[in-house]
Write a protein that binds this ligand. Structure first.
Ligand SMILES: [Zn+2]
Length: 283
């Protein structure tokens, strides 16, 4: 029998091609891999959806840094600057923005391709490993950020347990992940683009995120939608790799008719993600 890892109710029922907890709504793919995310998935091909198969791309960096700036402003209202760890740091765009704002930045990245590119800039401050296996100092980081990461793990519990260990007293964890109760999820049902059972193994909603954090002695400080800055070229790369019956043709069409400068204008979009910021309780 499948146990819900959030509320421990023993009822996970079929929903689309997933399992959903009938008590709290937490969802997971039906056949989870036993291990943490396998690095085999995160090859250069994975980053093709970013338009970055070969090397860094200045237009992607500019765009990703706008989203980073939004998140960092929220974090800086709640946490004094100090060591910051980006879990799944990819090419280090978030780290670059954080560094420029005065944070002491570190990254963990499972993809050898992305980690090697990030290391050119940040050297030993980038650990090429899975988060669960990585050797990290305890009670050290003022902030641990996981943006578009936790949904790639088969079970959130060891991820949050490890986060709790490495965060400094009163440090904060920042999580951005698809929200199954977002407007886009409710409108699109099984066709929601975030439903991608090979890569996204678990799915939260605001209530299950709050519960998962509280289960690990975190106090929720902020919970809300998380915009991402995107441009047409990037959306086109995304929807070419992750084909969607409605969006792929629309975006392909817009890219064909829009002049290049228009295709590179970054706009904040709500893509159905939630943002949770939580502080470690005194324990
Ligand atoms: Zn549950």
């Amino acid at each position: 029998m499948d146990t819900c890892p959030i509320c421990n109710t023993y009822e996970m029922k079929r929903k689309y091609t997933f399992l959903a907890c009938s008590h709290c709504g937490f969802m997971k793919t039906r056949e989870l891999p036993l291990d943490s995310p396998g690095s085999a998935v995160y090859t250069p091909h994975y980053f093709r959806s970013w338009g970055m198969e070969a090397e860094d791309n200045p237009s992607v960096e500019k765009m990703k840094r706008k989203t980073a700036r939004f998140l960092l402003k929220k974090i800086e209202d709640l946490t004094p600057k100090g060591p910051l760890l980006d879990v799944g740091c990819a090419f280090g765009h978030f780290l670059q923005e954080a560094n420029d704002r005065g944070w002491d930045v570190y990254g963990v990245e499972i993809s050898a391709f992305a980690a090697n590119l990030a290391r050119k800039k940040w050297g030993e401050k980038i650990i090429h490993d899975s988060f669960l296996a990585a050797a990290l100092p305890e009670k050290f980081f003022h902030v641990v950020i996981m943006s578009d990461v936790i949904e790639h793990f088969p079970d959130p519990r060891p991820v949050l347990e490890k986060t709790k260990k490495i965060i400094s007293p009163k440090g904060t964890v920042v999580i951005v992940t698809p929200n199954t109760k977002s407007l886009s999820a409710l409108l699109m049902g099984r066709r929601w683009p975030h439903f991608n059972p090979k890569e996204h193994l678990i799915y939260f909603n605001p209530e299950t995120m709050k519960k998962a954090l509280e289960n690990n002695d975190f106090e929720l400080l902020k919970l809300g939608p998380s915009p991402k800055w995107m441009n047409l070229n990037y959306l086109n790369s995304q929807f070419t790799v992750y084909r969607h019956p409605l969006f792929t043709p629309i975006i392909n069409f817009l890219v064909r008719i829009a002049p290049q400068p228009l295709r590179e204008i970054d706009v904040p979009l709500l893509m159905g993600d939630l943002l949770a910021i939580a502080r470690k309780k005194d324990t």
